[in-house]
Design a protein around this ligand. Structure first.
Ligand SMILES: NC(=O)c1ccc[n+]([C@@H]2O[C@H](COP(=O)([O-])OP(=O)(O)OC[C@H]3O[C@@H](n4cnc5c(N)ncnc54)[C@H](OP(=O)(O)O)[C@@H]3O)[C@@H](O)[C@H]2O)c1
Length: 273
């Protein structure tokens, strides 16, 4: 089954909708990853920090699909910034894979000032074929600017919290300027009020879809990768079926201009693991 993809700077094609796996444990991840692949997902998002990489790897193997057919993104924690090769080796061992499709530095952790070292390591790991693509997560433009200035290489992806309440316009503009694809985490706002927003409910009724699908259509229409989490088969199906929703440019703009009810993104200058 083919899925709409975005071509990254290094030439690989990442499926635009991936399965978010936080906060699944190994057993749940194993079951849901297999189910999601049967439904048609070809992209799974995990991390060392989610403590479910073993379940993700098992779910992929249980699906019977060739490993090369599934895009696997993972991330490593702050303690590996000084030794990213060891960090990625741990990811691969837990996943039971020879390579990942996308390896990310999970948070910049500027307090330890080693994220440039981590990035240099990822560049080498990509050359060695252990990661087909490399990137960052929760990096601010200032952090990205430093990576580019000191290594000459921009991340292929920066995964950040992004949804209509936190539309991250400045960050997305910076990414676009530097050929970095934005991947949206918590794209449904964790179903914590966003999906009850009157405009979103109204657009869902107008287009005969669910509020979650409206929000994910807002992602993909703008060229973002998105990793909604669901453990429910019906919602898994809905979240993948977002490519033919004819939101207009005015709808997209109206969604973008929704006011956040006091939400602010985690400050990655002070928070990170
Ligand atoms: N890079 C980072 O630092 C970072 C941080 C946080 C998250 N992430 C990634 O982003 C993924 C998604 O973020 P998230 O899990 O925080 O939040 P999310 O995907 O915005 O929301 C997940 C919640 O929405 C529900 N849901 C899913 N589809 C729905 C639909 N169509 N309609 C209504 N409700 C729906 C889910 O419940 P059901 O399961 O019952 O459907 C779950 O409670 C994570 O799993 C993880 O992979 C990355």
């Amino acid at each position: 089954m083919t899925q709409p993809t975005v071509t990254l700077a290094g030439g690989t094609n990442i499926p635009m909708v991936g399965l978010g796996t936080w906060p699944m444990d190994d057993a749940e991840a194993r079951r849901v990853v297999r189910q999601a692949i049967e439904i048609g997902y070809r992209h799974v998002d995990t991390a060392e920090n989610y403590a479910n990489e073993r379940g993700v790897g098992d779910g992929i193997r249980d699906s019977g699909l060739d490993r090369s057919e599934v895009w696997v993104t993972t991330k490593f924690n702050r303690r590996w910034h000084a030794d990213p090769a060891a960090g990625l080796r741990g990811n691969l061992e837990r996943l039971g894979l020879d390579y990942v499709d996308l390896a990310l530095i999970h948070w910049p952790n500027p307090d330890q000032d080693r994220y440039v070292q981590a990035w240099q390591g990822l560049i080498e790991l990509r050359e060695q074929g252990l990661a087909r693509a490399i990137g960052t997560s929760n990096f601010k433009p200032a952090h990205l600017g430093r990576l580019i200035a000191e290594t000459g290489v921009a991340p292929e992806v920066n995964q950040i919290e992004c949804h209509p309440y936190l539309d991250r316009a400045a960050e997305r503009a910076y990414h676009a300027e530097h050929g970095i694809v934005t991947a949206a985490w918590s794209p449904l706002g964790r179903n914590n009020g966003l999906l009850q927003e009157p405009l979103i409910v109204e657009l869902a009724a107008r287009y005969g879809v669910t509020p979650g699908q409206v929000v994910l259509a807002w992602d993909v229409l703008q060229g973002m990768v998105t990793v909604p989490k669901s453990s429910n088969p019906e919602r898994l199906r809905q979240n993948l079926d977002v490519f033919d929703i004819p939101l207009t440019a005015a709808d997209v703009a109206a969604l973008t201009s929704l006011e956040s009810p006091g939400l602010v993104p985690a400050d990655s200058d002070v928070f990170g693991h």
